[in-house]
Design a protein around this ligand. Structure first.
Ligand code: ASP
Length: 309
């Protein structure tokens, strides 16, 4: 195997050309290009898929435009609780964190869970104690402050409403993710999110749940999802794509179409995913108006997309 592939996403939802300013479109495009470049550099130099995923997702986490890391949405008490997961397709090892606070790059902490514990998922205070033990810096609250997201939260603060990253008017899910195939023939996937605005009671979506929001297995595919997490949990979406390939022999594209445009819609689920198979084929399906996405294959020009048309 001497080829590589990489795909990333910055969330799906009601992303309409008509509602996008030229400046905003440029900012999103550049942020996606930068993250794709960060991941591709790793792969181009012969690095492993896992490192490419961490490089790409970290770049998106550092960008306030996306609902992950620095741009994480506000929860019901005005804080930020983040979730992330990562999976190595070569051995199906996985690591995840949920309900963590103050960590600049949750994807890195998820990887530490995979590599330095016997566990898969650490949550809340326990995950934070683990972060402390691994020497992670806690970023101050103002690192995560974003006027736009603060205004979003203020609109629903004190109510029962739980909002996805943007309101219905301009609704999207700014979760980020990456999937990669490296030149050694291995797949990896990672996903990171701030969840939903005004979330409470320790709500956790699909992003840190292996099989729901993230999945990687060299035998089938690598997947990272974005959308209303509850539906992705109920549909075990990422693993379902893999199962359709394994059990029914579907191609990556056919399996993705079946899951996103049929099975997810049957339960009224909205969102999308990014996927790569072991040949390096890429699929970027979504059933919303748009999805921030980008991909590249060795020797080919990169693709960046936002809208569905
Ligand atoms: N899936 C994420 C969640 O439900 C949201 C998103 O994709 O933006 O937490």
């Amino acid at each position: 195997m001497s080829t590589y592939s990489l795909a990333i996403h910055g969330g799906a939802g009601t992303i309409l050309r008509s509602a996008m300013s030229p400046d905003k479109e440029i900012a999103y495009t550049q942020a996606l290009q930068a993250a794709l470049h960060a991941g591709e550099e790793v792969l181009r130099q012969g690095g492993v898929a896992l490192d490419a995923v961490v490089a790409a997702v970290s770049s998106l986490e550092d960008c306030p435009l996306f609902n992950a890391g620095r741009g994480a949405v506000f929860n019901a008490v005005g804080g930020h609780e983040m979730d992330a997961s990562i999976m190595d397709g070569s051995n199906r090892m996985a690591g995840a964190v949920a309900g963590i606070q103050g960590i600049r790059n949750p994807i890195r902490l998820a990887r530490e869970v995979m590599e330095h514990t016997e566990h898969v998922l650490l949550i809340s205070d326990g995950a934070m104690a683990f972060a402390d033990a691994r020497g992670y810096e806690r970023m101050p609250a103002d690192y995560f402050h974003d006027d736009f997201r603060y205004a979003q939260w203020k609109e629903v603060q004190g109510t029962e409403a739980v909002q996805l990253d943007h309101t219905v008017k301009d609704r999207k899910f700014g979760t980020v993710g990456a999937v990669a195939l490296d030149v050694h023939g291995h797949l990896a996937a990672g996903t990171s999110t701030g969840g939903m605005t005004n979330k409470k009671f320790g709500r956790v979506g699909d992003s840190p749940v292996i099989g729901a929001g993230t999945w990687a297995w060299d035998r089938t595919c690598a997947i990272s999802c974005t959308g209303s997490g509850e539906y992705f949990l109920r549909g075990v979406v990422a693993y379902d794509v893999s199962c359709l390939m394994e059990y029914r022999g579907l191609s990556l594209e056919a399996a993705c179409q079946e899951v996103i445009h049929k099975r997810l819609l049957e339960i009224n689920g909205d969102g999308g995913l990014i996927a790569i198979d072991r040949q390096g084929n890429i699929a970027l399906p979504f059933n919303t108006e748009g999805m921030y996405r980008a991909s590249v294959r060795a020797g080919e020009a990169p693709f960046v997309g936002i809208y569905g048309d």
